[in-house]
Design a protein. Structure first.
Lengths: 199, 672, 150
């Protein structure tokens, strides 16, 4: 049989379908493994300097817990894990035991990072009450009551978390961004590598 | 009654489903063996097997419906989607509003198509135009193979008859949005269209196996293409009408992946409908026509099932289960990929005629129509699949939405309309310009005469231009009928003596024109969002809209607030035009709120009102006052969008009616 | 599962969202409001995805609608607002992706498809045989005699 242009043309649809099929198989595989999410919004901030955002005031009656501004990131010595949360959010409740555990280990060890919080669209009284009950893990907490600060960070929902590396020129650089409740597994597999990669 | 429930018990249904699967498999294998060995008893099994498979599946449905009506919450499907206080009609219609039930519907509709094929009269000396028995057996066998695969899928991963333990006292209820008459009929229609394209698919496979796709083959296949196309058209029309009248934001098409999944096979199906004509009349483009038949069914399959796998970011994705996803992909690979592979191997050796092909001819216009439709299809397909593939290949996320599709599909639709208007007047083989110009002149004059009114009436120049093209399509289809009438011999100049196929084509084209006019009108829709207390007047589109009262309303399984709106012509003292009563409904069982919009359809516009929310305020005396947030729309020509869809489908239906000559023939035979 | 997303999926399956929840969100100037709606229709809601921020009733969409209107009042152009949004949420927020090497195939698809079709059709026309040549005198005579015999 001689291969002609006709053969090539007739084979094109099958080849196209095969390409699509392989793509679909890989997507399904990715869906099951959790590394393909059609609803994911990859924030463009990863790899970028900390964005400008309005200064976020501290909780009114929490003396040991200062607020959050852009300048705070300027001279950080240690990496910062910024957690975006709210007291009205169920997954944030699920996340808190891990954060507390993390904070405890940070206090005792040669601390590899600091834990800061951004409280999204929450009433100060409720947030304060909640922190009291949960035993707050943060060393800084900014109250973002109208949600404008979170928009500057490209936050689409709570909880979310950012890992910021010290970078005096850029004023801190975002190296990792995660959506959903933070867990031990995510910390071990996604955050630790960044901390260890630090020279 | 007790006997009935025992007889039609879920286990009976489960058994019937398994039996149907086995029958489908036999229907797929035995006739093929028979055909190969020229062994006619095995070949003749195709018809009885198809009928019994259909009966088994219908039995399964009766069992499922009995369980649902009897509130048998020991069935997982019913516990998850039904509830005691659900209206009984939705206890039935709700069965296909979920993955398992809709899959059972899919296979049942396929078996109904098979039964239709098996029951229709076969070829005989008096009916030479009907399907020959051997071809029918082969097609039934191929359809049996398709059905067997999906019934196996249904049985192994998506069985609607699975039991649940412990048995809940009440079901979880159904998504209230789906409790709508439109949505009860929408899936069966849409699915019959999707599944119907399995028949042309089987015709194409059979042609590839035999190595022959000729005029006769096209003539046998054409009615099946038309019927599937008409049903798909109706299904899409109904779906769009549902989103307009139920979702409550006045839109009718959102370019959601699930909508695109229906549009893609419709586009290729429409192309197939036209290219099969070229094969029938001119014995040209066979390969292309075969490819379209295969692709349309492959797209129907992918459309129905990929949207559920969770790959596409659609609101409609059903709960995804990895086993299901892989099984679906396996079936898609087997049927879609397998058939395209067969095409790659066999199509080059198909006999093709070397006859002439003039650009200015009926076939030339049909070819141009195919090019434009397939380009449209390519655009919609790329737009739908681009985001997941970008993410897979480059790890980047992006969105492709309505603004993109509007920007790309409109410039392709306009030339399509222009060709459509001219195509009916073009003769086969070669058109002569000196004859063509007088044929087209009246329609051109009608269109040209309306340029000023169009630009005056429609809101944007683009809408006016598209409306003119729609007018061109409609007027040329109508005038073509008149020309054909005058071409008849003097004594026979009656409209009903024109060939039915001509009527059908004209009607379908008029339907397209009507839909386009509706879309152009909707481009100028006006809306207003108001916060109103009872007694407030608002002016919109030269009417006075008054909110007269807000009242509570009790439904069978929901609580509602109803707004009473009075619309008067011109101003508050004008003649009464309409009273609209939109509601906001709360379904306590699901904790879900739905909008029940009120629409007054008038010939030239829709008056549309949705009640967004109701606020309660207390004055210093402690009295509560209510105010409502209302969204009011005036949508010009809105109902024309769906009217056009119905006209298109009617055109298809008309084509399927037995011909006049056939009717007269049988009448004469009855008399003698 | 994040809360907003979960809420969307649970309560708003098939999205019965009602856009612009309160009239006071709207700008007093109708021309500017229309421009705001046009911009909003180009931006995808990040919570109830498959809707534009104009259509979605998610709180984040409301905030973004508000920002669009605020920036319009400050005299910013549509392009500036879109850039502001993409800086924060990436290309994902644009329902009409911008033209770039990565989206070239998407935008050029109609042209590409038409070009391929024209190439194929050109082959078809080239292949097509010329129309039949007129009969010669002799052929015509034979034909006539055969017709007469019938």
């Amino acid at each position: 049989m001689r291969l002609t242009r006709r053969h090539l043309l007739a084979a094109l649809p099958a080849l196209g379908a095969a390409g699509l099929g392989i793509g679909f198989v890989r997507m399904l595989h990715g869906l099951n493994q959790g590394h393909f999410d059609p609803r994911a919004i990859n924030t463009p901030l990863t790899g970028q300097p900390v964005p400008g955002f309005p200064a976020l005031p501290p909780l009114p009656d929490a003396p040991g817990l200062p607020g959050l501004t852009r300048e705070n990131f300027q001279n950080i010595k240690k990496p910062v894990l910024l957690s975006v949360w709210a007291s009205w959010c169920l997954p944030c409740v699920e996340e808190i035991p891990f954060l507390r555990q993390l904070a405890a280990s940070l206090a005792s060890d040669a601390t590899p990072l600091e834990l800061w919080g951004l409280c999204y669209k929450d009433q100060p009284a409720r947030a304060a009450h909640w922190l009291e009950q949960a035993g707050h893990p943060f060393t800084r907490l900014g109250m973002d009551q109208d949600g404008q600060g979170a928009i500057d960070w490209g936050v689409t929902g709570v909880p979310e978390a950012f890992l910021i590396m010290p970078d005096p020129q850029a004023g801190g650089r975002i190296v990792w961004h995660g959506t959903g409740a933070l867990t031990e597994t995510i910390y071990q597999t996604q955050i630790i590598p960044h901390l260890e990669a630090k020279p | 009654m007790a006997f009935l429930t025992t007889f039609f018990c879920p286990e009976g249904g489960h058994f019937a489903l398994a039996l149907a699967c086995a029958l489908a498999f036999m229907q797929g294998v035995l006739p093929l063996i028979g055909l190969r060995r020229a062994d006619s008893p095995l070949t003749a099994l195709a018809r009885p097997l198809a009928l019994s498979q259909c009966l088994a599946l219908l039995f399964a449905w009766v069992c499922l419906i009995m369980a649902s009506l009897g509130d048998d919450f020991s069935l997982k499907l019913i516990a998850e989607t039904s509830a005691i206080n659900k209206p009984w009609a939705y206890k039935i219609a709700g069965l296909w509003g979920n993955h398992e039930g809709s899959l059972l519907l899919w296979v049942t509709l396929l078996s109904l198509w098979c039964a239709g094929l098996a029951l229709l009269p076969g070829q005989s000396t008096t009916r030479p135009e009907k399907l020959p028995d051997r071809l029918r057996a082969r097609i039934l066998a191929l359809l049996g193979l398709v059905g067997a695969g999906f019934q196996l899928f249904c049985l192994t991963t998506s069985n609607p008859f699975l039991r649940l333990w412990p048995v809940p006292a009440d079901g979880m209820g159904m998504n209230p949005l789906l409790q709508d008459p439109g949505l009860a009929v929408h899936p069966p229609l849409l699915y019959s269209g999707y599944v119907g394209f399995a028949v042309p698919f089987a015709f194409a496979i059979s042609a590839l196996l035999e190595g022959k796709a000729d005029t006769l083959w096209a003539r046998y296949m054409r009615p099946w293409v038309i019927s599937a196309w008409a049903l798909l058209t109706l299904g899409i029309t109904l779906g769009s009408w549902w989103s307009y009248s139920v979702l409550g934001w006045g839109g009718y098409w959102f370019w959601d992946p699930v909508e695109n999944a229906a549009l893609i096979p419709w586009l290729t199906g429409t192309a197939l409908l036209h290219s099969v004509l070229v094969v029938e009349k001119r014995n040209l483009l066979q390969g292309w026509c075969l490819l379209l038949a295969l692709a349309t069914f492959a797209f129907s399959l992918s459309g129905t099932f990929l949207v559920r796998s969770g790959i596409l970011n659609s609101v409609h994705a059903f709960a995804n289960d990895p086993a299901r996803g892989l099984f679906i992909l396996g079936l898609l690979g087997l049927y879609g990929g397998g058939s395209l592979l067969l095409f790659a191997i066999r199509a080059p050796s198909l006999a093709s005629s070397q006859s002439g092909f003039a650009p200015l001819s009926r076939e030339g216009a049909l070819l141009l129509n195919n090019i434009l439709l397939c380009t449209l299809c390519a655009v919609v397909l790329t737009g739908t699949l681009y985001p997941p593939f970008m993410q897979l290949l480059l790890g980047r996320t992006l969105s492709v939405g309505k603004p993109f599709f509007d920007a790309t599909t409109i410039p392709l639709t306009l030339p399509l309309l222009a060709v459509m208007g001219a195509s009916m007047a073009l003769p086969w083989r070669q058109a002569r310009t000196d004859r063509l110009i007088p044929r087209l002149a009246p329609a051109l004059l009608v269109t040209a005469g309306n340029i000023l009114p169009a630009f005056w009436l429609f809101s944007t120049p683009l809408a006016a231009f598209a409306a003119l093209l729609a007018l061109w399509v409609i007027s040329s289809a109508l005038l073509d009928l008149i020309f054909r009438l005058y071409a008849l011999p003097e004594g026979n100049r009656q409209l009903h003596r024109l060939p039915r196929s001509l009527w059908a084509a004209s009607l379908a084209h008029i339907g397209v024109g009507v839909t386009i006019l509706g879309l152009c009108g909707m481009a100028g829709s006006q809306e207003r969002l108001i916060e109103a207390k009872p007694g407030t007047h608002t002016t919109l589109a030269g009417r006075d809209w008054e909110l007269t009262a807000l009242t509570p309303h009790h439904g069978p399984n929901y609580e509602a607030v109803e707004a009473h709106l009075t619309i008067r012509q011109h101003d508050a003292h004008g003649p009464l035009l309409a009273e609209l009563e939109p509601q906001i409904r709360l379904f306590p069982q699901q904790g879900q709120k739905t909008l029940h919009v009120a629409i007054l359809h008038r010939p030239l516009e829709d008056l549309y009102a949705a009640l967004g929310s109701v606020k309660e305020e207390h004055d210093p005396q402690g009295q509560s006052h209510y105010s409502a947030i209302l969204r009011l729309h005036e949508n010009p020509l809105a109902s024309w969008i769906w009217l056009g869809g119905i006209i298109m489908a009617l055109g298809g239906g008309l084509h399927l009616l037995p011909s006049r000559r056939r009717l007269m023939h049988s009448a004469r035979k009855a008399r003698s | 599962m994040r809360l907003l997303l979960a809420l969307c999926l649970l309560l708003l399956t098939i999205t019965p969202c009602l856009a612009v929840d309160t009239p006071d969100e709207m700008l007093p100037d109708p021309a500017l409001e229309q421009k705001a709606q046009q911009i909003g229709q180009q931006l995808r809601c990040l919570v109830c995805q498959n809707e534009s921020i104009e259509e979605s009733s998610a709180p984040l969409a409301r905030d973004l609608r508000h920002i669009v209107r605020q920036q319009l009042q400050q005299g910013r152009s549509a392009t500036e607002i879109e850039t502001w949004m993409t800086q924060r949420y990436g290309e994902f927020i644009r329902l009409r992706p911008g033209f770039s090497p990565a989206t070239a195939l998407l935008w050029l698809m109609p042209l590409l498809s038409l070009m391929v079709a024209l190439l194929l059709v050109r082959r078809l026309w080239q292949r097509s045989a010329p129309p039949p040549t007129p009969l010669t005198q002799e052929e015509r005579r034979t034909l006539n005699s055969m017709l007469k015999k019938d």
